[in-house]
Write a protein that binds this ligand. Structure first.
Ligand code: SF4
Length: 212
């Protein structure tokens, strides 16, 4: 069984050890969730429904304190129907484990529920069509903290075009509830730029500290 130190080593970080946080119980789906899931599965509002294998709703703990928001399904997510799987998903799991979180403790969703062809960036009209689903997910979960994973998610959630480098390291607030929001790199970016894994770990450590 992997230890926290193993996950840090996966991230290329060997000098940090943190205590884990207690797991929260995973609640069964209620009617609001079921209704929303059905709406997403049947959605044909934008053109992406024509090329999807299936919608990718979201996964995790409906009572999560931490909600991660990514960009859009990629090849593997489109096939499996779950966000952040494949190599990028494994790295995200390691990032979470490095600060004592388990994937099952958090909730993970994307801006878009359908894969853009060739993994291109989401287009503004697609984001406009799809984000009411995400807004509803955030409203149902009411997380204590939001983590924008990658540039696209950060730009939508913060309504900005600033670079991710400039957005990292600060605490923002999101929506009417003024939910605290942090920004970090997308794991797919970290697979291409492993030198930035240490910065991603700093971001996750910040998340951990804010939830204590
Ligand atoms: Fe509907 Fe969103 Fe899929 Fe577009 S991306 S078809 S809005 S679920």
């Amino acid at each position: 069984m992997k230890t926290q130190l193993d996950y840090l080593t996966t991230l290329g970080i060997e000098s940090w050890q943190l205590n884990g946080i207690p797991k929260k119980e995973i609640l069964p789906e209620n009617s609001s969730w079921e209704k929303l899931r059905e709406q997403v599965a049947a959605c044909t509002t934008c053109a992406l429904h024509k090329t999807r294998t299936q919608t990718v709703f979201g996964v995790g703990n409906f009572n999560a304190e931490l909600m991660l928001i990514g960009e859009a399904p990629g090849f593997h997510e489109d096939k499996q129907g779950e966000p952040f799987v494949g190599r990028a998903g494994q790295l995200l799991n390691s990032m979470l484990q490095s600060v004592g979180f388990h994937r099952e403790q958090v909730y993970i969703a994307n801006i878009l529920k359908c894969r853009p062809p060739e993994n291109r960036d989401p287009q503004p009209d697609e984001v406009n069509c799809c984000t009411p689903f995400l807004q509803k997910q955030i409203a149902l979960i009411q997380p204590k903290l939001l983590l924008a994973v990658g540039r696209i998610a950060a730009h939508y959630l913060l309504n900005t075009k600033q670079s991710l480098t400039r957005l990292r390291g600060q605490v923002y607030s999101f929506g009417e509830n003024k939910t605290p929001l942090l920004v970090t790199f997308h794991p797919a970016y970290l697979l291409r730029n492993p030198a930035d894994k240490g910065k991603a770990f700093q971001d996750l450590q910040h998340v951990f500290e804010m939830l204590q």
